[in-house]
Design a binder for this molecule. Structure first.
Ligand code: CDP
Ligand code: CDP
Length: 225
């Protein structure tokens, strides 16, 4: 029996991180943790509660009073906030527009990082986000920095939205992705950046299956070490 390893997947918006992380976790029977969903959950609750998104303290107090559960379900993960399934709501445009602001605050990040570390276990974990390899799991066995050209990422989000019955313009999706990447890369606390020991995987012309095969191959090399 090969030992369970920890896999960190970071990268810009819509690079395919969560799609690949979910598939890898399924294949290896590992725990999957979507850290972006946790920041989205807090942002959703802040909007509902009319909390000032510029206030680290108010958001930290809100987070203290909020139960965020990542519930494994077939093919993915549901997100429950205070006992209610909010998996759809946390993907709204309103939440997407505000989440990078919420995620820029130091106390909020510290609390989230503590929660994320507590969720990782020894029997194998795949975690995706922006600061997993650099901050949350700096000793991860395998670190991937997953990217793709911005045009490809916008096109993927566009196709995904169409499938969900959400009609958006390709141009506005591209602008949103670029704005969020800039905010995530330029913030002071734990900015989005490739960890020195992360492997760069450019998925621009790769299918989902190709990327899964590539990451599984890298994971198996780590397990055999
Ligand atoms: O899936 P998508 O690329 O749209 O984003 P996400 O992974 O759901 O993350 C939403 C936002 O949460 C990101 O744009 C970041 O601002 C923030 N985030 C973060 O700061 N750190 C993480 N580990 C994960 C997400
Ligand atoms: O988690 P992240 O924001 O990095 O991306 P995602 O939500 O996993 O992927 C965005 C979209 O790209 C999804 O609809 C995936 O099905 C699609 N995708 C793709 O077409 N080709 C890949 N190699 C990876 C993802």
């Amino acid at each position: 029996m090969l030992k369970g390893i920890s896999i960190a997947i970071d990268g810009p918006a819509a690079a395919g991180k969560s799609t690949i992380a979910k598939r890898i976790a399924q294949k290896l029977h590992y725990t999957y943790i979507d850290t972006g969903a946790m920041y989205r959950a807090l942002t959703h609750k802040a909007i509902q509660s009319d909390i000032d998104m510029d206030s680290d303290n108010d958001l930290a107090d809100l987070l203290m009073d909020t139960e965020i559960l990542l519930v494994p379900e077939k093919g993915g993960q549901a997100v429950w906030i205070d006992g209610i399934d909010c998996s759809e709501e946390i993907r709204s445009q309103l939440v997407t527009g505000a989440v990078s602001k919420v995620a820029s605050h130091p106390t909020v990040r510290k609390m989230m990082v503590d929660k994320q570390r507590a969720l990782a276990n020894d029997s194998g974990v795949v975690m995706d986000g922006r600061d997993i390899g650099t901050e949350v799991l700096p000793n991860a066995d395998l670190k991937i920095f997953m990217t793709a050209s911005v045009d490809e990422r916008a096109e993927r989000r566009f196709q995904e939205n169409e499938k969900r019955g959400i009609h958006s313009s390709l141009e506005s999706l591209k602008e949103d992705i670029e704005r969020r990447d800039r905010a995530d890369s330029e913030r002071e606390v734990s900015p989005l950046k490739k960890a020195a020991d992360a492997i760069l995987v450019d998925t621009t012309s790769m299918s989902i299956d190709d990327v899964v095969d590539k990451v599984i191959e890298l994971a198996e090399m780590r397990m055999e070490r």
